[in-house]
Design a protein around this ligand. Sequence first.
Ligand SMILES: [Zn+2]
Ligand SMILES: [Zn+2]
Ligand SMILES: [Zn+2]
Length: 322
Amino acid sequence: MSSPSGSEAEAVSNKKLAIIFKLLSKGELNIAPVIDHNAGVRYPYVEKSLNIKPEEASKLLESLIKEKVLTKNLYDKVFACPRCESVNLSPKGICPSCGSFDIDKKRLLEHLKCGTKFVVNKLFEGTKPVCPKDKTELENHEYRVLASWFECNVCKKKFDTPEVGVHCLNCGLDFKAREGEFKEIYSYALSDEMTAYVKKLGNLRTLAEGLTSIGYDVHFVESLEGVSGGKHSFDLVAYKVEGKKQIRVVIDLYEKVEGEVDGSIIISMFAKVLDVKPDKAVCVAIPALSDVGRNLAKQYNIEVVEGKNSQEAAEYLSQKLA
Ligand SMILES: [Zn+2]
Ligand SMILES: [Zn+2]
Ligand SMILES: [Zn+2]
């Protein structure tokens, strides 16, 4: 996982970042949907955290996908109305022959004790069928089901399985199950890039706090115009007034989970520093910079601060810039 460069950081607007931090501050990174049979697919966590409407939450999540801030995973597929896409549906059994909803489920029962066979229309769990001969209410173990089928009250046809019909409670359309469409429902999580970026911002915050405590005014991810007219972004730009002069320090942070930060980053930092001409340039490497990197930094007049974590790096950085 590589740390995003300044330009990638800028691609995500401050407004979007504020949204992400608001969502993160509640400790949630995995945004799960719920199916609301009135509003459709909703993301209550996002709605509540940001105080926005269901449609706005869905739109926002999709826009964050486009910007690669979030990634989405298939969470479920639900049946949807082919006309209006609503998931607010009511299923019903219909006659496969004439399409009528007026069908009954019939069962042929036998009262085991007297041998009487009779037909019932409904047999919900717990209901006790009554034997027409001896008028006894029958418990489960007192009868058996010999056969079951469906019967249409309109065309009188008998069949094994009703066709599944669906009524859309949103637009009123009646359609057969096989005419329905499926709608994908997604859950959302922070992208790998964003996870790395959020972690980096957390570390930049630690560095910035140290500098603020020794009198610097620190700007995050700032673009500075160079002599060439081009713009260059630095992770932190720290300002301090000393006497009549304002000191400007540019700082880039590089992290490596394992091993040392590669020396080549000094070359790209030098290109920016050469153009912008700050009073001081510092490369912060966590946990360490390679020997090649340190030598290059010396040649290019870039200061190096290393630390096994952001706290340690912040301490050394503040010592260096005090
Ligand atoms: Zn029928
Ligand atoms: Zn009986
Ligand atoms: Zn519909």
